[in-house]
Design a protein around this ligand. Structure first.
Ligand code: ZN
Length: 110
């Protein structure tokens, strides 16, 4: 791909330009597991997993709840807290769905 700032060829998977240091727009290759800010009920962990694996966020949550109940609550809750701590929070508008869920303060009129 071509760096939009300095117009030089860089590797497709690189997150930063080697020449000018510009952060490249996150594509599919640069996708990371991050907590979702646009699709979160508690901390965005399930939404983040759903975005990363291209799952339905609701299905992901339902499955997570069932697994948590099925394993006696503690493993699921501990896993959620660990993921909450370890997963970085996604920047706003990182996902294509962010366009429909703009988190503008003072909005909310429909
Ligand atoms: Zn560059």
């Amino acid at each position: 791909m071509i760096c939009p700032t300095c117009q030089r060829e860089i590797a497709d998977y690189s997150n930063f330009c080697y020449f000018c240091g510009t952060r490249q727009a996150p594509g599919v290759a640069g996708r990371r597991l991050m907590r979702s800010v646009v699709d979160s009920k508690i901390a965005g962990v399930c939404g983040g997993f759903a975005e990363y694996f291209n799952w339905d966020p609701t299905v992901t949550r339902v499955l997570f709840v069932f697994i948590t109940i099925g394993t006696g609550f503690a493993p699921g809750i501990v896993a959620y807290i660990v993921a909450w701590i370890l997963m970085p929070q996604a920047p706003y508008l990182s996902s294509p769905a962010g366009a429909t869920h703009t988190a503008t303060p003072g909005g909310g009129s429909r």
